[in-house]
Design a protein around this ligand. Sequence first.
Ligand SMILES: Cc1ncc(C[n+]2csc(CCOP(=O)(O)OP(=O)(O)O)c2C)c(N)n1
Length: 537
Amino acid sequence: MQTAAETLVAFLAAQGVTRAFCVPGESYVAVLDALHDHPSIDLVTCRHESGAGFMALADARLTGVPGVVLVSRGPGACNASIAIHTAQQDAVPVLLIVGQVEARDLRARAFQEIDYSRMFDGVAKFVGEASNADQVPELLARAWAAMLTGVPGPAVLALPEDVLAAACTRAPLAPVVASDAAPSPETADRLADLLRGAERPIVIAGGDLDRPGGREALLAFAERWQVPVAVSFRRQDLFPNAHPLYAGDMGLSNPPAQRAAFARADLVIALGTRLGDITTQGYAFPEPGQRLVHVCPDAGWLGWRFATDLALAAHALPTLAALAHRNAAAPPGRAAWNAELRAIHSADAAWVPRTAPDGVVFANLVAALGPRLPDNAIVTVDAGTFGAPFYRKIAWKPGQRLLAPIAGSMGYSMPAAVAAALRHPGRPVICAVGDGGFLMTGSELAVAAARRAPLKVLLSDNGSYASIRIHQERAHPGRVSGTDLVNPDLAMMGAAYGYPVMVVREEAEIPALLDALVAPGPLFAVVYSSLGVVLPR
Ligand SMILES: Cc1ncc(C[n+]2csc(CCOP(=O)(O)OP(=O)(O)O)c2C)c(N)n1
């Protein structure tokens, strides 16, 4: 007879999980023991539960299989909670398994007890707790289905220590996940009619296209129908940015000319995006009166904040497949519209190098890195103002992957890079991070070092939580409060992890840094970057 812990591990293996991330806890040693017998699941021991959670998130984005995080009760679950919030915002399936207090102590205010259904209510798509071992298979199946249906997202399972060690008499249930919701033929006809009649359409492509075949289908659709494509927040790698039909991204600071042009679109097709806050420029685009087609697999997002002319509770890929079989045509004015959007994006993407007396202008470096990035590079970008040029000044190619937290969570990029380097040992992985973000989860570099995963760290040290300083200068000029950082010697920290270190103090050193960044092997590059150049004048 299997224990519930063994049933759990067998279930994960059967669902295609090949890696799980943990910080161990006494409340789930039974799972650790069950993993001992399952070499097909690589258990990655992390240094902080937020790091474990972010690794699971990045791994899930790269594989399409839910990321698995194992944590201890109470403190462990609290540390991991940032990844659950991020998984929800980023629409990534992540399963958080919490070793819970013993079943007899549930709701007894026991040591390190939390009621996770209350803690994660509104954050996770599913929260389950077992009070006996036979409930575990069903809870697993429900969590799995919740993570993968509609808009993907996180699930949490609280499994008491004694339940995990107890015999489970029920066989694991394989969840049936229907994830191919497609438009009806009539709806696809209507969408094709709208497209044929639109002089100034725009597609906003979102995360639902981040799946096998998604990028190829989007490109083929755009070319066949001659529709310009903008990407939703931080999804630049969905469409070749150098393509004449790439119209730019929906981001934190779209230029006024671009916003004005998008507002003139006579058809907005939101394809596989929730149309969230930033993608819609603070729920301001599409404007009232703009014709909107919203394709989203979760009906809960249709009609949310925006009046929709055609609402499709469908996935993006089958929608594109349906359009591929219909006659494509465009009114004569379409070419001029496409060229106009492209010109606006190109003007915004152009970068004129600047100089600053107080350090390297980090954007100069990022703009120069773009053309040198290998075609199969994976770049993880943390939250912070150093990251801004990655979104507009690099022309992403579909073979490259940009892993940036849509939730804007600091501390994401280092663990994400570790997960990427473990998942794709043959691909170049670059972790871009600020001094603030690095000191949050930089210790996960120990995991990469232990496994000889050769990632590259590109660290912008400007001695500040500069993103917040920018807001501060706008609202309260000259009154610096809480945003200055006095850093340790970051280069020494890189060396302590056994990484070859490069310190860049001047722009003249950028060419050598670029060479090092595209050469094989690990690297820890600290760039003393200008703070002054990013502050409002
Ligand atoms: C976990 C978390 N805490 C706080 C914030 C708010 N925040 C956003 S950017 C930022 C500063 C980032 O500083 P740094 O990593 O040094 O990059 P910089 O902005 O200086 O380039 C802060 C504190 C956040 N987004 N995430």
